[in-house]
Design a binder for this molecule. Structure first.
Ligand SMILES: Cc1cc2nc3c(=O)[nH]c(=O)nc-3n(C[C@H](O)[C@H](O)[C@H](O)COP(=O)(O)O)c2cc1C
Length: 403
């Protein structure tokens, strides 16, 4: 059992937010697999704890929400934070660059009972964000980082008074800007002093983007130098990787990003392994098709728009099919379906008795190439914002969508 503030996590795993991927329907599917996996092992869920302080199968974090969009009550954003009624601990990730807006967003989430745990994201490597000093560029500015995390924690403390427990705030960040400009140890200290309850390290630099290998050694160092729970993130594609990461780094839990794309049952495998079961979920194509249909049904309910829901399903469909022997044309057609009926029909024409293929295992998702970090002018000269940088920092929240 790992504690993030007053929230206890019964299985040391989290679904990492991925913009456009980890929406409520997909999260529900991941969580259900996690629950089944935990039950397949020696896991006994203590009953009666339904106050948002106990997550038996891990945390399934919401897609990143920008604080400004939440404060401005943009309808699409409000739809993204719509509580998932079946989720025992509703976890929302916020991205903010301004302390006051971050505090206001935290206040909304807690006062309106939309979250039981809040994660702050400082990991986005996208040039249009880092160029303005946001995302993974922000931790370089220790003063701004401290102001944002402090504002979030203080807002949580103040607003949680109306609830049975304080909503804990965690922080997710990268190693640093590049190998010569690491930030993770400094910001871990700042975060701890500000009252942050747990840390997630995506063990890459901004420069690496998603390329190369995550440097798990840094997770081990962070675990050694911080007394907060440390969650390791980067390159966990199988339950065996999760165990390897925990053994190698001593981290308290693992955070799964690309490894669940088209393979939400990775949470079954990890939860099963963590609770002593050797059972692993290796679906036939028929079972994968069942997951796809359920995913589509949940998406239709969520978006309340069949065409939109099936459009959102497109990328998932190609991920689900990966490694199975399905012709290019069929794959393409599956991506074009616009109704549930059409989807079911197309799926029924596949050779559904295929076993889960070897080729569907291992690394997946976008990797790309390292990219020179784009930063505001003279950003690296000091760990403190100058006046000009402070005046412009709000721009780092415009047009952001995950990363
Ligand atoms: C398409 C995509 C979108 C992402 N969006 C977010 C995001 O909104 N918030 C976040 O913290 N990380 C985001 N990430 C990073 C992942 O959550 C994760 O930290 C990263 O992929 C490394 O973990 P992995 O090796 O398990 O994939 C995104 C990654 C991808 C590939």
């Amino acid at each position: 059992m790992i504690n993030i503030g007053e929230v206890a996590i019964g299985t040391p795993v989290m679904l990492s937010p991925m913009a456009g991927v980890t929406n409520p329907p997909f999260r529900q599917i991941c969580r259900e697999f996690g629950q089944l996996g935990a039950q397949s092992g020696n896991f006994e869920a203590p009953s009666g704890r339904t106050d948002g302080t106990y997550a038996p199968a891990g945390l399934y974090i919401c897609e990143m929400i920008t604080t400004r969009a939440l404060v401005e009550r943009i309808p699409e954003t409000l739809n993204m934070v719509k509580p998932d009624v079946g989720d025992p601990v509703r976890s929302v990730q916020l991205y903010g660059v301004q302390p006051a807006t971050t505090a206001a967003a935290v206040k909304i989430l807690i006062e309106e009972d939309l979250a039981d745990h809040i994660d702050l994201n400082f990991g986005c490597p996208v040039p249009k964000v880092t160029r303005k000093g946001g995302g993974s560029a922000l931790p370089w500015k220790h003063d701004l980082f401290e102001e944002v995390v402090t504002a979030a924690v203080e807002a949580s403390e103040a607003t949680s008074k109306h609830r049975s427990h304080q909503v804990p705030v965690s922080a997710k960040f990268r190693i640093g800007i590049d190998d010569d400009h690491e930030t993770y140890r400094d910001v871990a200290k700042i975060a701890r002093n500000a009252g942050i309850s747990a840390l997630t390290l995506h063990a890459r630099t901004t420069q690496q983007h998603y390329a190369g290998e995550a440097d798990w050694e840094k997770i081990a160092i962070l675990k050694e130098c911080s007394d907060l729970p440390v969650f390791g993130n980067g390159d966990v594609f199988e339950a065996s990787d999760a165990q390897r990461m925990m053994d190698y780094t001593g981290c308290d839990g693992v955070v799964i990003g690309r490894g669940c794309q088209g393979r939400p049952w990775i949470f079954f495998d990890i939860a099963a392994a963590q609770h002593g079961s050797t059972e692993r979920y290796r679906p036939t194509l028929r079972e994968v098709a069942d997951v796809i249909v359920r995913h589509a049904q949940l998406s239709i309910e969520h978006f309340d728009d069949e065409h939109r829901a099936l459009r959102e399903m497109r990328k998932h469909m190609s991920w689900y099919m990966r490694g199975f022997s399905v012709g290019g044309e069929v794959r393409h057609e599956l991506g074009l379906v616009s109704t549930l009926e059409e989807l079911k029909q197309r799926l029924s024409k596949l050779d559904l008795d295929q076993e889960f293929p070897q080729a569907a295992q291992g690394a997946r998702g976008r990797a790309g190439n390292p990219k020179r970090p784009h930063l505001p002018e003279s950003w690296l000269d000091s760990h403190t914002l100058n006046e000009m940088q402070r005046a412009k920092i709000h721009e780092a929240e415009i047009g952001v969508s995950g990363g």
